[in-house]
Each structure stands twice: as structure tokens, then as C-alpha cells.
Design a binder for this molecule. Structure first.
Ligand code: NAD
Length: 252
């Protein structure tokens, strides 16, 4: 049984992780952290994130799962280092310094970061790598849609899709295309929409003159991300310090 601490316990994803874990017998959420003044989420005690280092030890956590904001992830990283606890990071929107700080943390504890914990998105990324060589001259456009509370745009998943495309094709992103001249063959349009409570939709189209290839993924419930993050928590408990990604969990 992997003992999990959840950072951002009162948030959309944090709460879903706690709810999803309650139905599993391989993980148990022992404590949550947040800054909201919430004491408890679905029976799990929630303590102030500033006390995370002590609480990780007190509640004997094996792994911390984080769905917050980059600043909160980095302060949890310090606590995990101090307590010798592995991390599963779902938070998106890090800048270069943030990525460097995560790399630094991974020298001391195992750290797995994924912009998307849905297994279908992982399959989508593999499908993109596989498909693009067959359509070398087609125009590429990337779209994502999320709920109106999402902070970063484009989404972390869209950025990962873009990186995957750029491993196959030398294209430069054009964001939003406002006032832009007719498309250049070396560009990829990237579009973000925010509306309602849409969990997450991503689509890459590759269009020639006579056909359109569409590769897409729709998340129907946040529990899909929570399940993947918990699978990652179980997996990382027994790993050595280092940087890992969700592919390591899927390929195990
Ligand atoms: P949210 O705003 O609903 O929840 C964030 C929570 O973090 C809030 O409860 C907030 O109070 C808390 N928080 C803020 N500062 C904190 C701090 N210093 N210490 C501890 N807690 C703090 O957001 P959300 O929709 O749950 O998304 C959170 C993150 O997860 C975003 O970056 C989002 O893009 C990402 N996300 C990733 C995946 C994935 O599969 N990797 C899936 C969904 C969302």
C-alpha cells in the first residue's frame, strides 16, 4: 500500500485524486496540503502547505502527488527533499528556472512529471510520432479546449504535443494566428479555447489538399488524470532518485 500525500488537496484535481484513491486498495491518501484554510477533504486531514516537510514525516508518506501551481510545486519539492519522499508532478506552466529546480530535486528523490496522466494522451503522442512521417508536406494545426478556470495557455499537454511534432517536423508555432498572413509551410498554428467545465480536449490535424488526418483525445472526467497519477505514485515508490515520465509507468 503506497502512502500518498496530496498537494493542492482542496483543488479540482487534488479532490479528485483523494476521491479516486478511496476506491483503490494499492494506495491510501494519508494527508493533504493546501493554502485554503481547509482542514479536511473527504475524511483526509489537510494541513497548511508551509508545514509539508514535518507532515510528510509525521504521516509517514511514501510519495507526494502534486496538482497546484508551479510556485507551490517547488516549495513542496524542498519538503520532499528534506523528508526523502518521491514526487509525482501533474502541475503545468513551469518556466525554465522551474524545470531546472525540478531536475535539481530529482538528484535527491525520484520525481515523475507528466503534463497529462491520461493513458489515451500517451497513446496519442505515440500516434503522432508514428503518423507524421507518412504525411510530410501536410499543414499542421493544434487545438486545445479546457474549462474556464485553467490558468496556463496553451495547455501543458498541447506543449508536449508540439514538442512531439517538432521531433518529426521542423515547424515553428504560431499562437492564435491573429492578423497573421497566409500560412507558411514551416508553421503550426496553436489554439487555446476556455469554456465551461470542459475537462480537456486536444486535437492535431494534418491536412493535405484532398484529405484531413485528425488525431484527438477527449478527457471525459478528471478521474482519468487522477488514476494515472496514482499509478505513477505506486510505481515511483520503489524507484531510485532521478527524473521519470509517464511512459515509464505505462511501459513497466
Ligand atoms: P485548482 O486551481 O482547482 O487547484 C489548485 C489547488 O492548489 C487549489 O486548491 C489551491 O488552493 C492550491 N494551492 C495554491 N497554492 C498552493 C500552495 N502554495 N501550496 C499548496 N496548495 C496550493 O487547479 P486544478 O484544476 O486542480 O489544476 C492544478 C494543476 O494541475 C494545473 O497546473 C493544471 O494544469 C494541472 N493538471 C494536470 C493534469 C495532468 O494530467 N498532468 C490534469 C489536470 C490538471
Amino acid at each position: 500500500m503506497t502512502r500518498v500525500a496530496v498537494n493542492g488537496a482542496a483543488g479540482r484535481m487534488g479532490e479528485t485524486v483523494i476521491e479516486t484513491a478511496a476506491d483503490r486498495d494499492d494506495v491510501s491518501v494519508v494527508v493533504g496540503f493546501d493554502v485554503d484554510g481547509v482542514d479536511e477533504v473527504q475524511g483526509v486531514p489537510v494541513v497548511d502547505a508551509g508545514e509539508a516537510a514535518d507532515a510528510l514525516a509525521e504521516y509517514d508518506a511514501d510519495v507526494a502527488v502534486d496538482f497546484t501551481v508551479p510556485e507551490a510545486t517547488l516549495s513542496l519539492a524542498e519538503a520532499c527533499r528534506e523528508a526523502g519522499v518521491g514526487m509525482v508532478v501533474g502541475t503545468t506552466g513551469f518556466d525554465e528556472d522551474g524545470f531546472a529546480a525540478l531536475d535539481d530535486t530529482a538528484e535527491d528523490v525520484p520525481l515523475l512529471k507528466a503534463t497529462n496522466f491520461a493513458r489515451g494522451v500517451h497513446a496519442l503522442l505515440r500516434a503522432i510520432s508514428e503518423a507524421l512521417p507518412a504525411v510530410p508536406d501536410y499543414d499542421l494545426e493544434l487545438m486545445e479546449t479546457h474549462h474556464n478556470g485553467k490558468i496556463d495557455a496553451p495547455s501543458g499537454t498541447a506543449k508536449t504535443m508540439l514538442e512531439t511534432v517538432q521531433e518529426e517536423r521542423d515547424v515553428e508555432p504560431v499562437y492564435g494566428r491573429e492578423g497573421h498572413a497566409p500560412r507558411d509551410e514551416d508553421e503550426i498554428g496553436v489554439f487555446a479555447r476556455r469554456a465551461g467545465d470542459i475537462r480537456g480536449e486536444h486535437e492535431l490535424i494534418a491536412a493535405g489538399n484532398d484529405e484531413v488526418l485528425s488525431l484527438s483525445h477527449h478527457a471525459e472526467d478528471r478521474s482519468v488524470f487522477a488514476a494515472g497519477a496514482l499509478d505513477a505514485a505506486v510505481w515511483i515508490e520503489n524507484q531510485e532518485p532521478g527524473r521519470y515520465d509517464f511512459g515509464n509507468v505505462i511501459d513497466q
